[in-house]
Design a protein around this ligand. Structure first.
Ligand code: AP5
Ligand code: MG
Ligand code: ZN
Length: 217
């Protein structure tokens, strides 16, 4: 199954992609995570991307399309994958269609996590993740079972993203409105758009997504 999770910053794309990945054994492909990994590795792409990400602006289509094209060609993506944070512009969506078309393939579904924008800033500024395994948490909405200890790997080290501050969030939201929200219409017209309430509790959102996936042909 090939799935896209679409939604503004903080809508829950990463949270839900992690869960679907665990449940269904599909690879989660997050362009944000890949770019942050490239930044940590100090590659040329990573360093260029960092400056844009820190400001909340989009990285060029050429760079992210290149990353995804290389990644979905790998064997672990054969059974399917979940795209989290890609595509983000109409140009990226068209490039993805071409990539799959060339293999006689197509996306199965796009799940839009519909969000109440007033609540997204709180979600974003309260977010943190395990430094070791990457499991995502939130100061209020998703605390580890034992305080200060990762549920998944037991690590006690956590990190926060450099772009998770109230100022950058506004720029990220603007980028979403301007560049990414047209994809809702794009995928609606292709007949593969499904809308889920992203403001319900995490488990309810997961259940709603499973409901959508279960009905796919
Ligand atoms: P990216 O990393 O994709 O960031 P984003 O789109 O801003 O989205 P977020 O990761 O902030 O939100 P999310 O929807 O994953 O929410 P999460 O599940 O963590 O991109 C970062 C940057 O990289 C971009 O600004 C751009 O510069 C660049 N980039 C990436 N891809 C690109 C592309 N394709 N093209 C160009 N540039 C690109 O949830 C947020 C918090 O809320 C968490 O703490 C979570 O625990 C909590 N939470 C989640 N769901 C719920 C719920 N239902 N109820 C309560 N709390 C919840
Ligand atoms: Mg994310
Ligand atoms: Zn961990």
């Amino acid at each position: 199954m090939k799935l896209i999770l679409l939604g503004p910053p903080g809508a829950g794309k990463g949270t839900q992609a992690q869960q679907i990945s665990k449940r269904r054994g599909l690879v989660q492909l997050s362009t944000g995570d890949m770019l942050r990994a490239a930044t940590r590795a100090g590659t040329e792409i990573g360093l260029k991307a960092q400056a844009l990400m820190d400001k909340g602006e989009l990285v060029s289509d050429e760079v992210v399309v290149g990353i995804i094209a290389e990644r979905i060609g790998q064997p672990d993506c054969k059974p399917g994958f979940i795209l989290d944070g890609f595509p983000r512009t109409l140009q990226q969506a068209a490039a993805l269609d071409r990539m799959l078309d060339d293999k006689g393939d197509r996306m199965d579904a796009v799940v839009e996590l519909r969000a109440d924008y007033n609540q997204l800033v709180e979600r974003i500024v309260g977010r943190y993740a395990c430094s070791k395994c990457g499991e995502g948490y939130h100061d209020r909405f998703k605390r580890p079972k034992v305080r200060g200890v990762c549920d998944v790997c037991g690590s006690t080290e956590f990190t926060r993203r450099a772009d998770d501050n109230a100022e950058t969030v506004t720029t990220r939201m603007m980028a979403y409105y301007r560049e990414t929200s047209p994809l809702i219409g794009y995928y609606f017209c292709k007949g593969i758009l499904h809308v889920v309430d992203g403001m319900a509790p995490i488990d309810e959102v997961s259940a709603a997504i499973e409901g959508v996936l279960a009905k796919l042909p």
